[in-house]
Design a protein around this ligand. Structure first.
Ligand SMILES: Cc1cc2nc3c(=O)[nH]c(=O)nc-3n(C[C@H](O)[C@H](O)[C@H](O)COP(=O)(O)OP(=O)(O)OC[C@H]3O[C@@H](n4cnc5c(N)ncnc54)[C@H](O)[C@@H]3O)c2cc1C
Length: 427
């Protein structure tokens, strides 16, 4: 078993980064994940002089360490969103996720990217008999309020979609999609450079200050000035220079999430597990998400343990927990070999809603809370447009207070995990 991201291991390595940086830019972007690179592409295409400073290599954060789902619909309950934002606000937020998948499809077409994008649809599964009524009510509400395309499937109708004793009903979101995250990342970074943007890898920004209306940024690979700064550091905001990005560190909870990839499944194994070839998520609080890879591996993820660490030791321990979860969900795969295991940090906010805007003169977007492979691309474009004078931020006006008694070390995660596991047991 390789303890490395399947997406990175099976994609070409981006080789367009420069090894030093200096001079003046219109926009400096901190973080080379989807948020940062999407903003960079949009700005560079529009003629801005832009640089992305990435502490590791592009995509080494969550953007190439995720489940590979591009799901529409919110991670949040639709009823909760209505209670908080009203009918129009909830609908606008819901459709922002649709727009983010459309944007990715458009980028793929414009840049001619080969990244196995397909409108697979997402199936949200009721994992217990007691979850079926809630799923049906949620489906009815979304159909009435926002999306006539979502469909409820009862257990008999699930047979062509999934073969598991742990799936009692499903809600199908046909607009959802999947893609190879590593190939898309490679294509996106290559497009940034192709449009005239600069990317610098292994360049953690270690200091940042304002002088004469500009920002001065330093990294081990050089210093530069920039008229505008975008912070696109997600769950990794505290990893390289916690004091520098303290505003975000106090608001983002980095939570480890882990994934295993099996060996390629045979046609018979696919027929006995996920014949529908969709993205799948379960209804448990501490549940699983899975899909087939382009080479027919089952990419199976979950919050194996409540930790803010994502390192080899944690990944290996998590592989065992996830393998057990996979066997429970799909007994037909009880002997299947696991070829890859990897983990990443999810940028959770306290209310699991993303945030984007401007603070202390910096533009930022983060907090996608495990549902950001699509929205990060969209919010990168939104930030770029804000800088270019066109403010159309779907997340505008959402307050974002610091988490009380929290300075970036989520000591409370094991307790939160225990609480949600207990809720799953009694639900
Ligand atoms: C295991 C896992 C599974 C997931 N599954 C899904 C899924 O299936 N579908 C979905 O929609 N979402 C999923 N997500 C969430 C999704 O991947 C993220 O929301 C999205 O990729 C965030 O992109 P980003 O560009 O904002 O952040 P990231 O991709 O995390 O990029 C932030 C970058 O900032 C860099 N950085 C940090 N500090 C500095 C600094 N000081 N200087 C320079 N660079 C810095 C980091 O090195 C990092 O590369 C998952 C996340 C994880 C971890």
């Amino acid at each position: 078993m390789q303890l490395t991201s399947y997406w990175q291991a099976t994609a070409p390595r981006f080789d367009g980064a420069q090894d030093a940086v200096s001079g003046h830019y219109d926009v400096a972007i901190i973080g080379g994940g989807f948020t940062g690179l999407s903003a960079a592409r949009h700005l560079a295409k529009s003629g801005s002089k832009v640089v992305v400073l990435e502490a590791q290599d592009v995509g080494h954060g969550a953007s190439c360490r995720n489940g590979g789902h591009l799901n529409n619909g919110m991670a949040h309950g639709y009823g909760e969103a209505m209670a908080r934002f009203g009918s129009d606000g909830a609908r606008q937020l819901y459709h922002a996720y649709d727009a983010s998948i459309d944007l990715i499809a458009q980028v793929i077409e414009e840049e001619n990217l080969d990244c196995n994008f397909q409108r697979s649809g997402k199936l949200k599964l009721a994992s217990k008999p007691g979850h079926v009524a809630g799923l049906k009510a949620s489906c009815d509400l979304i159909r009435t309020e926002a999306d006539k395309d979502v469909v409820f499937l009862d257990r008999a109708e699930l047979a062509d979609e999934i073969q598991s004793t742990d799936a009692y009903a499903g809600m199908l979101y046909p607009k959802s999609a999947m893609m190879h995250m590593g190939r898309y990342m490679h294509g996106l970074a290559t497009a940034v450079v192709g449009h005239g943007g600069d990317i610098v890898e292994n360049a953690p920004v270690t200091s940042m200050q304002r002088a004469d209306g500009n920002w001065l940024l330093t990294s081990p690979l050089g210093a530069l000035s920039a008229k505008n700064v975008i912070v696109a550091t997600g769950a990794y905001s505290g990893k390289f220079s916690p004091k520098l990005l303290r505003h975000f560190v106090r608001r983002i909870i980095p939570v480890g999430s882990y994934i295993i990839a099996t060996r390629p499944l045979t046609d018979a194994e696919i027929a006995a597990t996920v014949p529908g070839n969709r993205t799948y998520v379960t209804s448990l609080n501490v549940g699983h998400y899975f899909r087939l890879s382009p080479d027919n591996r089952l990419i199976f993820g979950g919050r194996a343990r409540f930790s803010s660490k994502s390192d080899f030791k944690n990944d290996a321990a998590s592989a065992k927990i996830l393998r057990k979860g996979l066997m429970e969900m799909f007994p037909a795969l009880s002997d299947v070999e696991v070829d890859y295991c990897f983990g990443g940090l999810v940028d959770m906010t306290q209310d699991r809603l993303p945030r984007a805007g401007q603070v202390d003169g910096m533009y930022y977007a983060m907090g996608y809370s495990g549902h950001g492979a699509q929205m990060s691309n969209q919010m990168g474009v939104v930030l770029a447009d804000m800088i270019m004078g066109n403010d159309d931020n779907p997340l505008a006006g959402m307050s974002w207070p610091a988490i009380p008694m929290y300075t970036g070390r989520p000591w409370f995660l094991p307790f939160v995990g225990a609480y949600y596991r207990f809720k799953d047991i009694i639900s």
